[in-house]
Design a protein around this ligand. Structure first.
Ligand SMILES: Cc1cc2nc3c(=O)[nH]c(=O)nc-3n(C[C@H](O)[C@H](O)[C@H](O)COP(=O)(O)OP(=O)(O)OC[C@H]3O[C@@H](n4cnc5c(N)ncnc54)[C@H](O)[C@@H]3O)c2cc1C
Length: 408
């Protein structure tokens, strides 16, 4: 079987790129080792906070929303829930960051305002707010529903002619000289001159098989989802919360609350050890694990009502890079081989625009974004970034610093 482009991986990154390529009349085959969404995508919370540290990164997120709205119009599904979001400053050291967040938002023409403790309490009556010194409020933030986004990308890609093969692990990339020529599966080879590896936390494994080093690490991540309880109502349009000092985030979910944590000492997963049957939705965090204990301790401080309601725990594997930005593009050495991975907890919300970017790179078209920050080749030849024993601690530091007390 021969197509123009083969995409390995049926998470949001691969599916978004397939959808964008399909609009250009390119023949695309997407190959997934399990079912669509069987990786990180199926486990995600989907929080969208648009204001980032650079205008370019903010624009990538803002520009994704019209694509989501386009999918909603085509499929009739609700994908984006515009609840707004609130960032808390509960320590003096966080106050200047919060003010800066408002300035960054204004610089990108996003409405972001400052709230005091009482206004914050009015917006979030179920949250402990008496220690909030200041908060920023972005009404146009919210969350993207990962399952609905995944299925919408897949539906639209299929409608445009993309072939999606599931339960088909790719064993390696076929390379002829220094050119990608396709992939090998147990059912036989698939041929294409352009191959995109969009394998989420497995990406470094596939890169290794092609003789390349990709600086990504898979790390366990947990969140809880409380069950709805009439005594403790959580409105479906309640704003998401980011409490950096408590290392937690939250958003409403079906009358309950999702609360997740970026702990200081995440557990690294060796993706080479997982067999073909592994589906991330089967992961179960032990209730007595240190991550769950830490999550509960921090969640109860901010949302004391959780003590009185039932909850479930979701666990998944996130992909981090040494500096907290994705690795997307090409690595010198193999023509026609592309990578997109390492979204550091933002892959759902980055995927709509990243699909556009990857399709432009694959088609050799000019790209409207500054890609230096996400270039897949940015660590090529750099000392300390070629061996997994060096890469892993750097990615742990990036994860631990994602949320946490302000360090000056
Ligand atoms: C618990 C949790 C909470 C999260 N919360 C958020 C959030 O609030 N907001 C946000 O934006 N992001 C969040 N994320 C991150 C987000 O889920 C990821 O960034 C995103 O899903 C990455 O998509 P992906 O397509 O790159 O990877 P994946 O979804 O992992 O997809 C990769 C796919 O490749 C397949 N694959 C791997 N190897 C092969 C092979 N050899 N052959 C064929 N197929 C292969 C896998 O089966 C998988 O389906 C969260 C993640 C977790 C785990």
């Amino acid at each position: 079987m021969t197509t123009d482009v083969i995409i390995v991986g049926g998470g949001v990154a691969g599916l978004s790129t397939a959808y964008q390529l399909s609009k250009h009349g390119v023949s695309v085959t997407l190959v997934e080792r399990q079912q669509l969404g069987a990786g990180s995508t199926g486990q995600a919370a989907g929080l969208l906070g648009q204001v980032r540290k650079t205008a370019n990164a903010t624009r990538m997120l803002v520009d994704g929303l019209p694509i989501v709205r386009e999918l909603e119009a085509e499929t009739g599904l609700e994908i984006f829930v515009e609840t707004g979001s609130v960032r808390l400053a509960t320590a003096e050291a966080r106050v200047e960051d919060t003010r800066n967040h408002v300035r960054l938002g204004a610089g990108s023409e996003l409405e972001v305002s400052l709230l005091g403790s009482e206004e914050t309490a009015r917006l979030l009556p179920y949250m402990k707010s008496d220690d909030v010194i200041l908060a920023s409020h972005t009404p146009s933030d919210g969350h993207i529903l990962p399952h609905e986004l995944t299925m919408s990308f897949a539906q639209m890609a299929r409608r445009n002619g993309v072939t999606i093969l599931q339960n088909r692990p790719v064993r390696d990339v076929i390379i002829d000289g220094n050119c990608a020529k396709g992939v090998r599966t147990d059912e036989g080879p698939l041929y294409a001159d352009r191959v995109l590896l969009a394998c989420g936390p497995w990406s470094y494994v596939m890169a290794e098989r092609a003789g390349q080093v990709l600086q990504t690490v898979g790390m366990e991540h947990v969140y809880l989802t409380s069950q709805p309880d009439d005594a403790y109502p959580v409105h479906r349009m309640s704003p998401a919360v980011r409490d950096y000092d408590g290392r937690i985030y939250s958003r409403p979910e079906a009358g309950g609350l999702i609360v997740g944590i970026y702990e200081e000492d995440p557990v690294i997963r060796d993706m080479r050890e997982l067999n073909d049957d592994f589906n991330m939705s089967q992961m179960r965090a032990a209730r007595d694990s240190s991550a769950v204990a830490y999550l509960l301790e921090s969640a109860l401080l901010r949302f004391p009502f959780l003590e009185n309601v039932k909850y479930t725990v979701t666990q998944g594997i996130m992909t981090f890079t040494p500096n907290g930005s994705a690795l997307s593009g090409t690595i010198p050495g193999i023509d026609g081989l592309f990578h997109t991975a390492g979204f550091c907890g933002h892959g759902i919300v980055q995927s709509p625009t990243m699909g556009v970017i990857m399709s432009q790179l694959i088609l050799g078209e000019p790209c409207a974004y500054d890609l230096n920050a996400v270039a897949a080749d940015r660590y090529v030849g750099a000392a300390g970034y070629q061996d997994r024993r060096d890469i892993e601690p750097k990615c742990v530091t990036a994860y631990a610093g994602h949320y946490g007390p302000v360090r000056r």
